[in-house]
Every structure is written in structure tokens, then in C-alpha cells.
Design a binder for this molecule. Structure first.
Ligand code: APR
Length: 310
């Protein structure tokens, strides 16, 4: 069988880590695409990663390019093109500059790889996914945003550390937009099926929810730029579930057509990812308090989406 082709749009911090993970997982050949002015940067990164394959022992052809034609025939496209935040910025502050970039990217994908499954990481996430789908015209089940796996991974890591348990046993669900009013759902989170309250007092859990909401900002403040290891791993898990038809249920920014009372928006919800792309959105029953938090998050996403004027 021919190798799969994975195009990574944006060869920066997340793009490089994505290429490394895609190659190590032997998901297919990798094209690292950046703007023409940074084509040599992308080529250099690709060469380094290809030589890394000789050391680590993976079979993957990795190339860098500034030319859209090179993404033709891609099975999966992961988009990180765009500016990352600087300390003190919110994700929404990136809207106008990243909207221009996603407009360019949507045209490139539409013209060269309209059959790909597309995972978006660029921020502000929910609005970027919306804009990309509108502008590219790709089917809504073939476009998805990566945020929920990352947000729930942050919650899981904090719970594991506080409770003194293996992070592998901690399961967590986060709903809503990828902003500071995301909705960590403790009722749907557990340590091996055991409710979190058995391990941690309410005030500890409240502090963990707060830290999860600001989890991206915490890394940003320390590093001076956005996180990239965990975001890349999360997107690669989504790509793998699609390419291998694993049918994992992940929290991710999926298109809603009436689910959760929302129509025509992409929002963080649990969704099944398999060979058809986003195959199913799972609706959770919510308490009045959870519903109110979700409504607040939906309103923020709607506001940002409205600013795209699409
Ligand atoms: N086409 C392709 N690549 C582009 C385009 C474009 N039109 N515009 C910008 N890029 C490239 C930049 O040249 C840069 O190499 O996107 C890359 C982004 O890389 P970084 O600046 O290192 O940013 P990164 O940390 O990877 O984050 C990218 O993901 O999580 C989000 O908020 C984050 O929006 C940001 C994005």
C-alpha cells in the first residue's frame, strides 16, 4: 500500500514537533509547508528530521516547501499556520492577523487537497476552524479543531499530580470553546472510573479547574511563547484515529448541527473520529450549572466567530 501523506501547514514550533511525531509513529510521509519566505527554514527542519530517522529508525520521507502544489493528494492536513500568543495576549487578540493567514491556507488546501481530513490548531481555535471550513468549503465532518484533548490533558496532569496517581488512570472531559471560559466537567472525569471527589477535596478541585482554564497562559508566561509538545501530540492522536479508523472519542472542536442546542458553529464536544472524519458528536446530559457555564463559553465563541464576518 502506498504511504499516506500528511501535510503540516506551518513549520514553526508545533509544526516541527508534529513532523517528529508523525515520523516516529510512521503514519506516512510528511510535507512541512510554510510561507515562501520561510521555505528554506522548512526544508532545513525537514532535513534534520529525516536524518533523525536514521538514528531513531523510522521510515518517513520528510520534505519542506513554500509551494502549495506540494501538498497535493494529502490524506491529512494539520494547520498551525499563524502567530502564537505573546505573554499578556488572549487567544482572541490573534483573530485579525490569523484570519488573514487562515484565508490563505483555506485557498491553498481547497485548490490542492480538497479530500484531506483537516485538523486545525491555530488560534483563536474555534473561530479559525469555522473560518477555514467556510472559506475552503470542505465538508463539515472533514474539518475539526484540536483543543479538547489538550485542555483535558492539562486537567488530567494536574489531577494526577495532586492525587498522587498515575496520569494514565485519570480520565477527563472538557467542553466548550478553547478559551479561558472552557468547561472542565469534573462529573465526567475520574481516576479509573472512581469519582475525583474520592481523591481530592472540593477546594483542590476548584483550584485545578481554574489552573486548567489558564493552562495555556501559564506555559506562555513562562516560555514567552505558546505550548507546543502537548498540542502536537494531541493532534497526532486525532490524525491516527482517522488514518487507522480507531474510532476514538475525543473532546474536539466539531461542527454542531443542533447538538447542545447549537447550529452552525464548531465547539469543543466529545466526538468519534474514524475513517469518515468526525463521525458522531456525543451529547452529554448537563446539570443547570454546567449548562450555564457552557452557554457562557458558547457566547464567547459566537462573539469571536461574528468578528470574522463570514
Ligand atoms: N502559510 C503557511 N505557514 C504560515 C502562514 C501561511 N499563510 N503564515 C504563517 N505561517 C507559519 C509561520 O511562518 C511560522 O513558521 O506558521 C508558523 C507558526 O509557527 P510558530 O510561530 O512557531 O507558532 P506555533 O507555536 O507553532 O503556533 C502556531 O498554533 O497553538 C496555536 O496559538 C498558536 O496560532 C498559533 C499556532
Amino acid at each position: 500500500m502506498a504511504r499516506r501523506k500528511i501535510a503540516l501547514i506551518g513549520a514553526g514550533n508545533i509544526g516541527g514537533e508534529l513532523a517528529s511525531l508523525v515520523a516516529r509513529n510512521e503514519l506516512g510521509d510528511v510535507v512541512l509547508k510554510d510561507i515562501p519566505e520561510k521555505a528554506d527554514f522548512a526544508r532545513g527542519k525537514a532535513l534534520d528530521l529525516m536524518q533523525n530517522g536514521a538514528v531513531l529508525g523510522y521510515d518517513a520521507r520528510i520534505t519542506g516547501t513554500g509551494d502549495w502544489a506540494d501538498i497535493a493528494g494529502s490524506d491529512v492536513i494539520i494547520i498551525t499556520a499563524g502567530l502564537p500568543r505573546k505573554p499578556g495576549m488572549s487567544r482572541e487578540d490573534l483573530l485579525s492577523v490569523n484570519l488573514k493567514i487562515i484565508t490563505d491556507v483555506a485557498a491553498g488546501v481547497k485548490a490542492n487537497a480538497p479530500d484531506a481530513f483537516v485538523i486545525i490548531i491555530s488560534n483563536p481555535l474555534d473561530a479559525m476552524v469555522y473560518a477555514f471550513q467556510k472559506l475552503s468549503g470542505l465538508a463539515t465532518n472533514r474539518v475539526v479543531g484540536m483543543a479538547g484533548i489538550l485542555d483535558s490533558a492539562r486537567l488530567r496532569a494536574f489531577v494526577a499530580e495532586a492525587a498522587g496517581v498515575s496520569v494514565k488512570d485519570v480520565h477527563a472531559m472538557v467542553l466548550g470553546g478553547h478559551g479561558d471560559d472552557m468547561v472542565p466537567l469534573l462529573r465526567y472525569s475520574s481516576v479509573s472510573g472512581v469519582p475525583l471527589e474520592k481523591f481530592l477535596e472540593k477546594d483542590r478541585l476548584d483550584a485545578i479547574v481554574k489552573r486548567t482554564r489558564g493552562g495555556g497562559g501559564e506555559v506562555l508566561k513562562l516560555m514567552g511563547t505558546s505550548a507546543y509538545y502537548a498540542p502536537a501530540s494531541a493532534a497526532v492522536e486525532m490524525a491516527k484515529s482517522y488514518l487507522r479508523d480507531q474510532k476514538h472519542v475525543f473532546p474536539c472542536a466539531a461542527y454542531l448541527n443542533g447538538e447542545y442546542g447549537v447550529k452552525g458553529l464548531f465547539l469543543g464536544v466529545p466526538a468519534r473520529i474514524g475513517k469518515e472524519g468526525v463521525e458522531k458528536v456525543i451529547e452529554l446530559s448537563l446539570t443547570a450549572e454546567e449548562r450555564a457555564m457552557l452557554e457562557k463559553s458558547i457566547a464567547s465563541v459566537r462573539n469571536t466567530v461574528a468578528e470574522t464576518k463570514l
